[in-house]
Design a protein around this ligand. Structure first.
Ligand code: ADP
Length: 672
């Protein structure tokens, strides 16, 4: 029927009025609607349209009529309720309310389920409870919605279950719109309280700063900030915050993802502090410190780090050292030990050894190296603490020398006691003999014997005196109280005089004595007494250690600004290794030798000291079994304001013969 007809029919029914036939219209809508329509009475289908037949996949209307609507549904609905129960609930509801819209799962004749939106309406037919049902297939719409719901669920879960702290805020006023549980946990507020708060309540920044940051996020694409927030218990937390705008229901909000970096910052600060401390330790250490790696052949690699003290001690700039290997810093004669040490460090992880390093200007430094291996970024590296032990070595040497000196001193005292005791024994022995003769009153005490006894006692008295003199002088020299009596004196005359005065004695020992000089006279500043003792001592030694048939030569040479006096003998000589030490205090080359020749081992030491007081030097050349040569060099200097002294004037108290007696007392004693 056409729309026009529809109106005409209506007009026909209500003449004179333009009245619409609603019942007819309703009927038309029921019949022709694309939506499925059912008419229910007493909960059974009493009528349906063609759309409904198609909707449910049936062939004819008759198949549906008389059936119950729940039979067009699966047994269970989405909420788990049986369709029959839920269907009756819906019908009861519509009988009460008049109409009701709800979603329902239906099924076709073939059993295929689909979503439908159902509108039930109670029709106002008197005395009858007729319900019209209009059904729309919403499976497609439902599908989209489900995806949307799933998505929403996903994002909600992302927001709620995320361990990252998340906040949503209103950028206009800073009000907090939503927070996730991680945020509640971190800040210590429950969600309800949080939603009444403002970002101002949690930020330690000023309001101005907060809103300038928000502005930065909104309008300048700012994303990443380091801030400080206050949590519920008042604690201040360092936070790293990622922010951005987000549109929710047409309103622009600001999301913030917050990371608590308090601990990280604390660790970083502690790390920085400890790094600073180690850096200071590294550079302010007293020892040199090197860090170096190894090359592919496990040889020491380039220096990776070095401290200031190492640069200072070795005289290199840091940049220069960073181009070198520790191998190059070893002195050449120690480099051959490097591979062996490297092997040990690599095998055992650490090693301590001594070596000698060299500075840029090739100065040697004795060092002790404490090397440790460790891994740095997966590579083997060596940290070596290098201590300069030059001083320690010197101290050790000094200590060794002190100990040796001490031993020598002890030896000297036992030796010197013997030296004192021997002449004293002789003196007392002689006195006893004389006493015995006197007691007996026998003729043994004749003039001849008395002379012999007196000579013997005098001789040994001289030995004691020489010893005491030497000891006193050496002590004086040691303590700086010995005063040389410098005079301008003819040294040639002095040496010649003293040499000739022992000539007679030397001859009795069957030793030849030669004196020679290329100078007639040489006046220079010296202490004649001291020089005389020096020459006498050298001559006495030469006689002591030269066998009969040998020769002793005394030479004086002019050397320009100094003169040299040499005493050469063809005696037993001195072993090479002892040459350096014979001028040292208390040294005797060989105890067994010296037992044949009395002596305390202080003669040469005193000689050397006396020569040095003249600013001169003394040295020895000797070959074992062939002889020795002692050479004195004296500077030629003159005393100001002093005339040449006559050698006849000096030391009037003690005659030269006596001095020779004293100096030679060791040798005489053997013969007596
Ligand atoms: P001493 O008083 O014992 O002779 P010195 O200091 O004069 O002490 O000499 C030290 C040592 O040097 C002697 O004991 C001797 O071993 C050695 N010596 C000194 N002069 C000679 C020499 N001319 N020939 C060989 N040995 C010598």
């Amino acid at each position: 029927m056409k729309t026009k007809d529809m109106y005409r029919e209506g007009n026909e029914l209500n003449e004179g009025e333009s009245k619409i036939n609603y019942e007819w219209l309703y009927r038309m809508d029921f019949e022709k609607s694309p939506d499925a329509k059912l008419m229910l009475k007493e909960r059974r289908i009493i009528d349906c349209n063609e759309s409904a037949v198609r909707f449910f996949g049936y062939d004819s209307k008759e198949e549906l009529l008389g059936g119950m609507p729940y039979l067009l549904s699966p047994i269970i609905q989405t909420d788990g309720k049986p369709s029959m129960v839920k269907g009756n609930e819906m019908l009861t509801l519509v009988e009460k309310k008049g109409s009701h819209r709800f979603e329902w799962i239906h099924k076709t004749k073939e059993g295929k389920s689909f979503f439908a939106e159902v509108v039930l309406t109670l029709l106002p037919i008197e005395g009858e409870r007729v319900i019209s049902a209009s059904l729309q297939d919403i499976t497609e719409r439902k599908g989209i919605q489900e995806v949307l719901e799933e998505k929403e669920e996903f994002y909600r879960s992302l927001f709620h279950n995320n361990h990252a702290i998340m906040l949503l805020a209103d950028p206009d006023n800073g009000e907090i719109i939503d927070v996730n549980p991680a945020a509640c946990f971190f800040y210590g507020y429950d969600r309800q309280t949080f939603l009444t708060m403002n970002v101002k309540d949690i930020s330690t920044s000023s309001e101005k700063k907060i809103f300038s940051t928000i502005e930065d996020v909104r309008f300048h694409h700012g994303k990443h900030y380091y801030l400080k927030d206050r949590i519920a218990n008042g604690e201040i937390k360092d936070i790293e915050i990622y922010s951005g705008p987000i549109r929710v229901k047409n309103k622009e909000l600001l999301y913030s993802i917050i990371h608590d970096i308090t601990e990280k910052n604390r660790t970083m600060t502690a790390l920085e502090a400890s790094e600073k401390k180690f850096k200071e330790l590294f550079h302010n250490a007293n020892d040199m410190i090197f860090l170096h790696g190894y090359d592919e052949n496990k040889r020491t690699g380039k220096i990776m780090e070095v401290n200031d003290i190492a640069c200072m001690k070795l005289g290199y700039r840091r940049e220069e050292l960073l181009k070198m290997t520790p191998w190059e810093l070893n002195v050449e004669d120690m480099r051959r030990f490097v591979p062996e040490n490297t092997k040990r460090i690599l095998k055992e992880g650490h090693a301590t050894f001594e070596t000698v390093m060299q500075t840029k200007d090739k100065k040697r430094i004795a060092v002790e190296i404490n090397a440790h291996m460790f891994k740095l970024l997966g590579q083997d590296v060596n940290l070596s603490v290098v201590r300069d032990i030059t001083e320690r070595k010197e101290t050790m040497k000094l200590l060794g020398e002190t100990i040796a000196y001490d031993k020598l001193k002890t030896e000297f005292f036992s030796n010197i006691s013997h030296e004192f005791r021997t002449p004293l024994n002789v003196i007392f022995g002689t006195l006893q003999l004389m006493e015995l003769c006197l007691q007996r009153g026998d003729g043994d005490l004749n003039i001849e014997n008395i002379e012999r006894y007196v000579k013997r006692m005098k001789q040994n008295g001289c030995r004691l005196l020489r010893l005491v003199n030497n000891l006193i002088d050496i002590t004086k020299i040691d303590s700086g109280y010995y005063e040389v009596q410098m005079q301008n004196y003819d040294i040639v005359h002095l040496v010649e005089d003293i040499t000739l005065s022992v000539a007679e004695y030397v001859e009795t020992k069957e030793i030849g004595l030669v004196f020679d000089t290329d100078l007639e006279e040489r006046i220079l500043a010296c202490d004649p007494d001291a020089m005389e003792r020096v020459v006498l001592n050298l001559l006495a030694n030469a006689i002591k250690f030269t066998n009969p048939g040998g020769t002793i030569q005394v030479y004086i040479h002019d050397q320009g600004n100094h003169i040299s006096i040499s005493v050469t003998d063809t005696g037993i000589g001195i072993p090479k290794e002892k040459l350096d030490s014979i001028f040292e205090r208390f040294r005797q080359v060989d105890k067994t030798l010296t037992r044949n020749h009395e002596g305390s081992g202080i003669g040469l030491s005193l000689t050397k000291s006396l020569i040095e007081l003249h600013d001169g030097t003394i040295k020895v050349e000797s070959e074992l079994g062939k002889g020795s040569k002692f050479i004195i060099e004296l500077p030629i200097r003159m005393m100001q304001n002093k005339a040449e002294d006559s050698h006849f004037m000096r030391n009037a108290q003690q005659s030269k013969i006596e001095r020779i007696h004293i100096e030679f007392s060791d040798i005489y004693s053997i013969n007596i």
